[in-house]
Write a protein that binds this ligand. Structure first.
Ligand SMILES: [Zn+2]
Length: 432
C-alpha cells in the first residue's frame, strides 16, 4: 500500500560506490602467474532473514595476502559497494596458507533490503606485492530461506511465491496484467523494466518481510503490501490481483515520474494505485464515515501517509475518492497532464490549478459534496438519540427473531432432505 523511498541507501551507495562491477576474470595490477594465485575452495552466502546475509570465501594461497574485500551489487539499482572482510588463516598440510574471509550485509532497519532483490557479489584478494585477484561473481535472489520458493517469469513480472499452486498464481498474474496494461496506457509508458514481485502468505510472514515503518501500522496489519521503486520490487501479502495491481501501479508510476524534481503527494500516488484495483468499493464507506464525522483532512495537508492505523485507513479512502472523482470528471488525459507537469518540476497545487482550473481544496470540497451516506449508514455511525437507539434495538431484535426462525426451519427441514436421499439410493440400486 505504500511506497518506500530509501534515501539513506542512496547516500551509502554514493559513499561506497567508486567502482564498477568487473567481469568475472582474474585481474591484477601486477601480472599474476596462475600458479601463484589463490585456489578458491568455496564462495558462499547464508541468509539470516530478515536481519543480514553473511558471505564467506575459503581458499589457499602461497602468496601473502594483504586484505580481502567483499564487493556487492543490488541488481536493478545503482547500489553497489564494497566492504573489508575479516580474515582468519592457518597453515595447511600442503604448506600453503589456508584462509577464510567473511563479511556481512545488513538487510533490516535503516539498511533494509526488500526480499525479492537480486544480489550479486564477489571477493577481491589483495596481495602484499600489489597483485590482486577477483573471484567469479555469484548472483542470488534475497528471499527467506525458511520457504521453498518458486519463480515464474511472465511478460512483465518475475514472481516469487511458495506453497500455492502454480495455476492460482498464473490466474492472478494474468488478471493483474490485463489491468496493468490500462495503467501503462494511462501513464503513456512502455513498460521496459521488469518488475519483481514477492508474495507473502501470512501476516507473520509479511511482518518479517515488510519494512518497519510504524509500530502501530505493523501491529494492526494495516499494510497489505509495499512497493520499492528504487529496487523495482514489491511485496504483497496474499495472492490478490488487487494487491499486485496496486503495488505494480506504484512501480509503473515511478517509471513515469523519473525526474528527480518530481514530488508526488501521497494522496495522488495512492489514489491512482487504488483507482485501478478491481474491487475497491469498500473504501467508499470509510470516506463517507470520515465525512460525517468531519474527520477528513484538507487534501493540501495530505502530502504523506500518516502513522496511526486509524488515520491511515481514512487517508487511503480519501485519496481513492478524490482521484476517482478527478478521473471521472476530468478524464484520464487530465491526470496524465497533471503527472507530466509534476514530473517537469511544477508543484502539485500549481499543476492542479493549471489542469483543472481550481485549487486542490476546492476540488476536494466538490468531491465531498458528492458523498451522500444512506440512512442505514448514518444509524451505524452515530446512533445519537434515544429514539434512534430504540429503532436500532427493535430492528436488531426483529433480525434475531427472523434468523432464529429461519435457523429452526432449516433444522426441521434438514431431516426430511436426508431421508429423501437415503430413500432414493436404495431405489436406484433396486436391480442389484
Ligand atoms: Zn500504495
Amino acid at each position: 500500500m505504500s511506497q518506500f523511498h530509501v534515501k539513506t541507501y542512496l547516500l551509502i551507495a554514493t559513499a561506497l560506490c567508486f567502482t564498477f562491477f568487473y567481469a568475472p576474470t582474474v585481474n591484477s595490477n601486477t601480472p599474476l602467474e596462475n600458479a601463484a594465485a589463490a585456489e578458491i575452495a568455496s564462495q558462499s552466502h547464508s541468509i539470516n532473514f530478515p536481519i543480514n546475509i553473511s558471505f564467506e570465501l575459503i581458499g589457499e594461497s602461497h602468496r601473502e595476502i594483504d586484505e580481502i574485500l567483499f564487493y556487492y551489487r543490488l541488481a536493478g539499482t545503482n547500489i553497489t559497494g564494497y566492504k573489508p572482510t575479516s580474515i582468519s588463516s592457518m597453515d595447511s598440510p600442503t604448506g600453503r596458507n589456508r584462509f577464510t574471509a567473511t563479511s556481512e550485509l545488513a538487510t533490516s532497519g535503516s539498511k533494509y533490503i526488500p526480499s525479492g532483490t537480486q544480489i550479486s557479489y564477489y571477493f577481491k584478494i589483495l596481495y602484499i606485492n600489489d597483485a590482486e585477484q577477483e573471484t567469479d561473481p555469484i548472483t542470488f535472489d534475497y528471499l527467506d530461506p525458511k520457504y521453498r520458493w518458486q519463480k515464474m517469469e511472465s511478460e512483465t513480472m518475475t514472481v516469487f511465491w511458495h506453497d500455492i499452486t502454480k495455476s492460482k498464481i498464473e490466474e492472478v498474474i494474468s488478471k493483474s496484467e490485463t489491468v496493468l496494461e490500462q495503467v501503462s496506457e494511462l501513464f503513456d509508458i512502455e513498460q521496459n523494466r521488469p518488475i519483481r514481485a514477492v508474495i507473502a502468505n501470512s501476516q507473520r510472514e509479511s511482518a518479517d518481510s515488510f519494512p518497519k515503518i510504524s509500530s502501530s501500522a505493523t501491529r494492526d496489519n494495516v499494510y497489505g503490501g509495499f512497493a520499492f521503486p528504487q529496487y523495482e520490487v514489491f511485496i504483497v501479502r496474499g495472492v490478490s490481483a488487487d494487491g499486485i495491481i496496486h503495488e505494480a501501479t506504484h512501480l509503473l508510476m515511478s517509471q513515469k515520474l523519473d525526474s528527480a524534481r518530481s514530488q508526488v503527494p501521497a494522496w495522488l500516488s495512492e489514489g491512482i494505485a487504488m483507482y485501478f484495483e478491481i474491487d475497491n468499493e469498500h473504501r467508499n464507506r470509510t470516506a463517507e464515515v470520515g465525512y460525517i464525522q468531519k474527520k477528513l483532512r484538507p487534501l493540501s495537508s495530505m502530502q504523506s501517509v500518516p502513522g496511526k492505523s486509524g488515520d491511515i485507513r481514512l487517508f487511503y479512502a480519501h485519496s481513492q475518492g478524490i482521484v476517482g472523482y478527478l478521473i471521472d470528471k476530468g478524464g484520464k488525459e487530465k491526470i496524465l497532464r497533471l503527472l507530466e507537469q509534476i514530473n517537469s518540476g511544477t508543484k502539485t497545487d500549481v499543476a492542479v490549478i493549471d489542469v483543472y482550473g481550481k485549487t486542490i481544496d476546492e476540488l476536494d470540497k466538490s468531491w465531498q459534496a458528492t458523498l451522500n451516506p444512506s440512512f442505514e449508514r448514518r444509524l451505524l455511525v452515530d446512533p445519537g438519540t434515544f429514539w434512534t437507539s430504540l429503532i436500532l434495538g427493535t430492528v436488531f431484535l426483529f433480525a434475531v427473531i427472523v434468523s432464529a426462525i429461519t435457523w429452526a426451519k432449516k433444522k426441521i427441514y434438514s431431516h426430511p432432505e436426508t431421508i429423501d436421499e437415503t430413500f432414493e439410493l436404495p431405489n436406484m440400486n433396486e436391480d442389484i
